[in-house]
Design a protein around this ligand. Structure first.
Ligand SMILES: [Zn+2]
Length: 512
């Protein structure tokens, strides 16, 4: 069944229409506008990512006699005859080994284009050419006539001889992002009056693996067979496992609802979901969870790394359904003890949502953090600590009186741990609080010199970090003398405040 109708119908008419691959479009347009055309290109990338469409559009634009800002005019003789022109020649190297075509090509390139400026040869799946065909082609590629442009397209660039690659300008096409495919399908479905739910579009985009052609092919097929396309339609047609399925599975897992979890997995099996597909989908999901966790540092409530490791082991096993169930059941036991810290996590989530960790870490670098921790231990003593705790209380008072809730909320959760003549180390319960604090600690010491003393540097660690540093210090203090290290000078002081406003907005999280 030919289900590529939609793809043909919505083939891009100009570069603006072309989905994704913006960097390639830009480079190609620049070369046209600056009149610096290469005579051989190689377009590499996964199927359905727009290689041939780009090649055809490019051919059209270079031949347009009055292209405007890199777009074809659609009025000149070249544009008008674009569809029937003999000056754009498509060769499919996959259909046979290509020797005859290449021989013919070698003869034909000498003949001038019929009406256009350039003869453009688009050779699809070029890696399929036989050795003989390559040899025949190479000579032409070395010295192409001025009126010829070659565009070679391939999904397997490693099979293209280096001698060929070295003569081509190379463009690597990326898989199109799910968001972009989603938008395009939505747009086309609307125009075609295809009734499809957003949820189904998401799955479809996901299923297409970054290839718009495949996505539209499926949309075409589904719309011919169904009046309304939903997740269930997709399920029935492709026996697929949806994001919703995986989410529900892990919801059950997190809540330790073993019966429900097993039921979910069995249902997927009954539905005919391929076990490898399921495993890949689960691993994708967990990896994403792990990334989210690494970014936000919200403590995961199950041992992700172990789970991923165990599940990866299943990849080589025969009965994957059974293995998946076994691994999940084994790991679910470990969650129990984590449940109790769930409350802390929930609390932390509220704050962490606001944080883009990377952005903050940029400010207090790891170096500065380590130096400050070190300096806090240099000549630290209990007397200094006691004195400072008083000052700290005074500071809280000061912020309270002046209604500075922004600082107050952060201060409330801190504990003074170590005080040296130059530095102070404080701790907070949660990591996110420590990050927030470090973000504005210099602001505080600058603002409150009068209370806490001149040029006192403060650093904040979360409980866990603090425990580590403490035991490290106890272990080292006999053998190692802590000496003062000068801090590197921060280049941009305004940065702190900018980042802070950026992240907090005006009303820094008004925590309880
Ligand atoms: Zn034109």
């Amino acid at each position: 069944m030919d289900y590529k109708v939609l793809y043909r119908k919505y083939r891009p008419k100009d570069f603006n229409d072309l989905v994704g691959q913006n960097h390639i479009k830009e480079l190609l347009l620049q070369s046209i506008l600056n009149n610096k055309l290469s005579h051989a290109f190689i377009f590499n990338g996964p199927r359905g990512t727009g290689k041939t469409s780009t090649a055809k559009l490019f051919a059209k634009i270079v031949n347009c006699t009055n292209n405007f800002e890199g777009n074809a005019c659609n009025k000149c003789i070249s544009c008008l005859s674009y569809k029937e022109t003999t000056d754009i020649i498509e060769i499919d190297a996959a259909s046979n080994n290509g020797v005859d075509e290449i021989r013919e090509l070698r003869e034909n390139v000498k003949i001038l284009p019929s009406i256009s400026r350039y003869k453009v040869y688009i050779i699809d799946e070029v890696h399929m050419l036989s050795t003989n065909a390559w040899n025949a082609f190479l000579k032409t590629l070395e010295e192409p006539p001025k009126h010829v442009i070659f565009i070679l397209a391939t999904t397997e660039i490693q099979k293209v001889p280096i001698t060929v690659l070295s003569r081509c300008q190379r463009f690597d096409f990326q898989r199109i992002s799910i968001d972009v495919i989603f938008q395009k399908i939505k747009e086309i479905a609307k125009k075609e009056k295809i009734n499809i739910s957003d949820e189904a579009i998401i799955e479809l985009s996901d299923l297409s693996n970054g290839g718009l052609r495949d996505a539209l092919g499926m949309l075409d097929q589904l719309s011919k067979l169904n009046d309304k396309i939903t997740i269930e339609t997709l399920n029935d047609t492709y026996g697929l496992v949806t994001n919703k399925d995986i989410n529900e599975m892990f919801e059950a897992y997190k809540n330790r609802e073993i019966k429900l979890l097993i039921e979910k997995i069995n249902n997927l099996n009954l539905k005919g979901v391929n076990s490898e597909v399921l495993l890949t989908k689960i691993l994708d999901f967990l990896l994403q969870e792990l990334i989210n966790y690494k970014i936000t540092n919200i403590k995961e409530i199950y041992n992700l790394e172990q789970l991923i490791f165990d599940l990866e082991e299943c990849c080589n096993k025969k009965n994957k359904y059974l293995m998946i169930k076994t691994v999940l059941l084994k790991n679910i036991e470990d969650i129990a003890k984590d449940i109790e810290i769930k409350n802390i996590i929930e609390e932390e989530k509220i704050i962490s949502r606001e944080i883009i960790s990377d952005k903050i870490l940029e400010h207090i670098s790891l170096d500065v953090l380590n130096i400050r921790v070190n300096n806090s231990f240099v000549n630290a003593n209990l007397k200094l600590k006691k004195e400072f705790i008083k000052k700290w209380d005074e500071l809280t008072n000061y912020f309270c009186v002046n209604g500075e809730t922004k600082y107050l909320s952060l201060l409330k959760n801190t504990k003074v741990e170590v005080v040296s003549p130059t530095n102070v180390l404080i701790s907070t319960k949660t990591y996110s609080n420590s990050v927030l604090f470090n973000l504005i600690c210099d602001e505080i010491s600058e603002k409150c010199k009068k209370i806490i003393g001149d040029s006192i540097k403060i650093i904040c660690l979360d409980e866990e970090q603090w425990k580590k540093e403490k035991s490290k210090y106890i272990k080292n203090q006999k053998t190692q003398k802590y000496s003062y290290i000068e801090e590197p000078i921060l280049k941009n002081d305004n940065k702190t405040i900018n980042i802070a406003t950026d992240i907090f907005g005006k009303e820094l999280i008004e925590i309880k």
